[in-house]
Ligand binder design. Structure first.
Ligand code: FES
Length: 114
């Protein structure tokens, strides 16, 4: 099996004020569509902006409740902490590392294949 070499790239996403608590927002980072969610307790999460089933849409407009999001179309419940779809449904979305810097900006870490 071939070895895949990756490099982690930090992508600045802008000031934290551009990510209102209780909502999601799509960002483009290195050509990837990422849904960024900020929870009302200050948590910051990043998931791929694609639902985990073939006919689904995007996740950025999902309803944020606690550390979960709910798709308004199919009512899937997805953990922001793990990216896992909650039972009785199944599936998973990619999760990315994201953080708020000391000076109030948001940064995303992307692993890029070399
Ligand atoms: S359309 Fe698939 S989870 Fe919303």
């Amino acid at each position: 099996m071939p070895t895949i070499t990756t490099k982690t790239t930090v992508v600045p996403l802008g000031p934290i004020e551009q990510f209102p608590a209780g909502f999601g927002r799509e960002v483009l980072a290195a050509g990837c569509r990422i849904a960024v969610f900020r929870t009302t307790d200050g948590g910051l999460y990043a998931l791929e902006n694609r639902t985990p089933h073939p006919k689904g849409g995007t996740l950025a407009e999902a309803i944020v409740s606690g550390h979960f999001i709910y798709c308004p179309i199919r009512d899937l419940k997805i953990s922001l902490e793990t990216g896992l779809v909650q039972a009785p449904d199944k599936g998973e979305v990619w999760k990315f590392e994201i953080r708020e810097t000391k000076d109030g900006n948001v940064e995303l870490a992307l692993a890029i294949a070399l």
